[in-house]
Design a protein around this ligand. Sequence first.
Ligand SMILES: [Zn+2]
Length: 455
Amino acid sequence: MRSFFAILIAKLAGFLSRKFKQGGGTTLPGLIAEKIDPNIISKLTSKIPDGAIVITGTNGKTTTAKMLAAIMAQSGHEVIYNFAGSNLSRGVASILIQHSNVFGRVRGNVAIFEVDEATMPEIASKMTPKFVLVTNLFRDQLDRYGELDKTAKIIGQALRLMPRAKVVLNADDPLVASLSSYNENVVYYGFEDKFTTKSKGAIDSKDCISCGHELVYNPRYFGHLGKYKCSNCEFARPVPAYVLSDLKPAVENSGAIFCNANKEKKEIRIQIPGIYNLYNALAAASLASELSIGPAVIAHALENVTAAFGRMEKIKMIDHDFFLLLVKNPTGFTQALETLTFDRRPKNLLFALNDNYADGTDISWIWDAEVEIISDLANVVVASGMRGEDMLLRLKYGNFNTAKITLEKNLEKALDLALSEVPIGETLYVLPTYTAMLEIRRILHERGLVKGFME
Ligand SMILES: [Zn+2]
């Protein structure tokens, strides 16, 4: 009875919130439902026939979830998935309410939840997913050095609470791989390639988890991801069951060869750029394979996946192409820029740095991003956002030609300025922090260039 009222009132609240406010309301129903019935998540997930899949980690959660949802839909599943981008418990509750009727019947046979690292213990106390996938652990803009181990511990303790969940881990991230000490029901995925990054890399996790000695990489793909072993003890990268090789990362279409645990190989192609999106594709393909989905279905579905909201999203304009590349931490920023260097044509760049809470109020992380790697390709460069001056300063120290950088803090003006300078037929690459991305999308929405601007 309690869940009946919880769902009913939450649905009503969601309806009213949508009616009176445009957009939004993605977490309110869940918040209310959990207040009325604290067990609502566990009650509703237990009714999903093929169970729940939880995806966590610093970077790539949204894209991996989107890719996995596409593969599962392709193979005939009816997927429930929190694409609304609320990774907290109330977001999970909201999406379940949205897919349930008041009698607690859930529409859909499998659920994919993207969950923030810090929310994992709470989720573990509320449901037992069939699978948990951990993408990677990087220093986020809100963290300080050294807190990454703490994040790993939080996820590890959550995994310990879910002994029946199968855990899918990135073998190439030493901290992620070490999570097997909390839950032995593990399968790994990783790259098997000679690719190495151009970036020197803010290596967030360079010491052995067992003994503290330095890890030796050969090769290092990017950040602290690669094939590593300890210089002192036995700790080494585990052998992955699922492998991606022959990597061909590109700005617009990347390709690689996927090999599943049965050694069946299949070429995959993805529309979204960069080496880290190949990691996301591999993560999604590995989990799908665990659900007995064949490589041909996986390849076909991945080919049609477009970028998640604001993440390497391509928008067509009349005179220009427009790429939106959300940046939120040093590694992500560096990798976004490095992706743009895969072809050597000059690049038109608009950087938009805000320091609202959702962006991270401490913007010092931009000094750990290697903006230098694209300085020799820079053509039009505009620094914008609430902290446009700081961005300008970072670019100055990053070997950019100062005379070519324009500072315009107002985002709409910065956008028009950049577009007026970009040669016709060329692409403008916009690299915004989170709230700047929302604002740019709102501007594009008002101009009829994109459909929605709320996540
Ligand atoms: Zn060691």
